[in-house]
Design a protein around this ligand. Structure first.
Ligand SMILES: [Zn+2]
Length: 186
């Protein structure tokens, strides 16, 4: 949520024209009331805040749908389906073998999933509503997705080599680490 203030900078140039931020009505109200409060950030955002519809049409005949995730304060996962391909974006939740969102992401070609914690930090992952590596791989396998790209990695890691990708690939072979400005063909 705090990243919304950085958007103001990004959309001041010519590259991005009309920007709308979609969110759950209660979250939008809280953002307006708290984040853009006069005492904190008294700059009106140059984007529209719109309620998130149950489904949203995308270019190329696609549809975006969403589903709730378990996270302190709530979180939302997204599924994007086009006639010839599909993807899901899941962040800020604890990947568990019986997670109800597995059915929502079943069979997507590409799953972008957070993987903030290593397997030795499961307690912290649960406390903060995030995931650890092996469970993310297991969710990808259980949901029978095509590929898994990891995001929301632990910012304290000095290098991606500290991630046990080999261990994840033993559970789900097609696992990759997401990087800034990465473009994914799928
Ligand atoms: Zn997070």
């Amino acid at each position: 949520v705090i990243g919304l203030t950085y958007l103001i900078d990004m959309i001041s140039g010519d590259e991005l024209g009309n920007v709308a931020v979609h969110g759950e009505p209660a979250k939008i109200a809280a953002v307006k009331q708290h984040l853009f409060d006069d005492a904190l950030f008294p700059v009106p955002p140059a984007f529209q805040l719109k309620p998130l519809e149950q489904s949203h049409a995308l270019g190329g005949g696609g549809t975006l749908t969403h589903f709730p995730l378990h996270h302190p304060g709530g979180s939302v996962g997204y599924r994007l389906d086009w006639p010839d391909r599909s993807m899901a974006y899941v962040s800020d939740t604890t990947a568990l073998p019986n997670a109800d969102y597995i059915e929502k992401i079943r069979g997507v070609d590409l799953l972008v999933h957070e993987a903030n914690f290593a397997d030795d930090a499961q307690e912290m992952a649960i406390l903060t509503g995030h995931s650890w590596l092996s469970n993310v791989a297991q969710v990808a396998a259980d949901a029978e997705v095509g590929r898994l790209v990891l995001v929301h990695l632990n910012a304290q890691l000095k290098s991606d080599t500290e991630l046990d990708i080999a261990g994840m690939r033993r559970i789900f072979k097609h696992t990759e680490i997401g990087t800034d400005r990465m473009e994914i063909e799928f």
